[in-house]
Design a protein around this ligand. Sequence first.
Ligand SMILES: [Zn+2]
Ligand SMILES: [Zn+2]
Length: 358
Amino acid sequence: MSDSEAETLLLPTGCPLCEKAEHLRRCSGCRILQYCGQDHQRQHWPEHKSACNGVRQARKSVEASKQALINNPVFKDDDPFVNHIGNFWKIRETRPYMTEMSKFSQKIRMIRHADAVQAELDTYMEILRLCPGDNMGVRGSVPGALLRLNRDQDCYDFIKWYETLDWNSDYVTNFLNIKNADVFEPVDFVRKNFGLTQRVCLILLKIKLLIEILKLQNMDGYLDQAKADYQANGDKEAPPPELLNAYLKEHRNKAITSQALRARDDLVNGQELSNQIDTLKKQIDELYDIIDEQNKHMWPAMSNPEEALNRGPAGAFMLGSDEEMRITLNETILAWLETPGAIQFINFKIHGRLDELL
Ligand SMILES: [Zn+2]
Ligand SMILES: [Zn+2]
């Protein structure tokens, strides 16, 4: 998979210039990015200025419309943020606030940084909490943001909630009611012609799991390294197996970023890997075909995403259309690029050459 490392973009964390993670001070403009000190903030300003100002203005508009909503005579002695959660948008007076929240999330998207993805996600989740029926159409943006933050278990739970929700049900009670579902379970819960973005994120999630499990499987070299390290420390005897196992486990944990895998001791310890590899391969094939059937433009576009993205934003769309593909690509492309090996994997799959890679 090493060829693909060059294609991978890493999502920046910490100070945008030096990635330092401690003793940071937040930018007072956007209140999102954090810097190690004034020097780096000043150096980063020319690049950050426009996005920072955009976020600051949008946040002001959110705050103003929130105040206007609370002060609206319709809500005299009746706080909408206490008494009407779940019914926003249905109550007409809440719409300007919801619209400003949606604009705010678009402005945050202009900043490519883990703290910005988190802020963007928080905004979507607040929109959904207030209006779980999602008249604003933000749920397509949630799974990609979760994947970018390596929260693949939460991403899986979200997708499963969305795909299996009974649309006649009580949204408020059933909001995000799926927790820690099995990421290896069959994919037969996905519905026909429904939520292309969710499916594309689901296949990306499975690809990420497969890539990381393959990494775990190929860690025998670490065992030799461990023996060499002990001998370098002056130990003539072979190190005891429990020490070697602890060493291996530490390296396995470092090698993976997946939240779902890290929670599985058996897999981190190298058990059951080949079973899960077979399961994932089969599920990836199934999802690939489901997506291809749903939108025939999707996979051809993935082999040259820039071309499709350069054709500009798409507005209203029909199911299966080129516009639907472009919206989905736009929602998910950063999650693809920021997952090491994923773009290479899907290209080999598109060209029927996966056997060469695996
Ligand atoms: Zn710095
Ligand atoms: Zn800022």
